[in-house]
Design a binder for this molecule. Structure first.
Ligand SMILES: [Zn+2]
Length: 261
């Protein structure tokens, strides 16, 4: 990655993840191989093109298969798989054949020091899912955050199991952290760009505006159907994913303000 000599982005289709090469081994994240049976191995092979160092860790951003299916190739290469504890609890029940169970978990914080690189793993509360963590490289001032803070696109399917009010607090905590660039789990728009604190603030503002609008309508008894059909946020109409995302956002906020969930 520009401005670093150790951080790389691996992209497969519309998914991406970060890996860090150190002189004592590689820290990889999300295998991103859902529906791509050879995707995990492709990722491992790409790492091998960059370094001869062994892959020591594979860190899951959260428990959703589109980001973490395909870990077997990493396990076979000797990696220790780490996730938030809630991710392992969920995966243990679901037993997805393409998703490797984590070897180790943590609750609120874990720091990995490897070959001179520090990677902080933090759980800052409920956000997109109940297992999504923040990965931060303090020296490089980079964070890797998947799905909670879309970069330059309108929120969409990621809203299915988001915790809307807690996510607002989560984003405020993320903005208060020390970083300059955010790698998102889906390439930022336009051009696959990285995110900034402004992108995080923009998502927070969008959520607050959507929430306030649907709260009014919900309390007038308009959830679910009328809101799902009629909800618009014209200010954001030029963002990619706007039309498809509107009903997802409407449904989630109707769940909150029209039902209490
Ligand atoms: Zn997700």
């Amino acid at each position: 990655m520009d401005g670093t000599d150790n951080v790389y982005i691996f992209r497969n289709g519309n998914h991406q993840s970060m890996f860090i090469v150190t002189k004592a081994g590689v820290i990889a994240t999300d295998p991103i191989a859902y529906g791509r049976p050879t995707g995990g191995q492709t990722y491992v092979d790409e790492i091998k093109k960059v370094t001869k160092q062994p892959i020591k860790y594979l860190i899951y951003s959260h428990h959703h298969y589109d980001h973490i299916a395909g870990g077997k190739a990493f396990k076979d290469a000797g990696a220790t798989v780490i996730s938030h504890k809630r991710a392992k609890e969920r995966l243990a029940v679901l037993k997805d054949p393409n998703t490797v169970l984590p070897d180790e978990t943590f609750d609120t914080k874990r720091t990995i020091n490897l070959g001179g690189t520090t990677l902080e793993l933090s759980y800052l509360g409920l956000n997109h899912s109940d297992s999504t963590i923040v990965m931060r490289l303090p020296r490089e001032k980079i964070v890797f955050i998947v799905d909670t803070i879309p970069v330059g696109t309108f929120p969409g399917r990621g809203f299915i199991d988001i915790y809307p009010l807690e996510t607002e607090e989560f984003i405020k905590k993320v903005i208060a952290m020390d970083w300059e660039r955010m790698i998102p789990g889906h390439p930022g728009q336009p051009g696959g760009r990285l995110g900034t604190k402004k992108d995080a603030q923009d998502v927070l503002t969008l959520m607050q505006e959507a929430s306030a609008e649907i709260k009014k309508q919900a309390q007038d008894g308009k959830c679910w159907e009328p809101v799902e059909k009629e909800f618009k946020l014209p200010k954001y109409a030029t963002l990619p994913g706007y039309e498809n995302g509107l009903p997802m956002v409407a449904r989630r906020y109707c769940g909150l303000w029209g039902r209490g969930t």
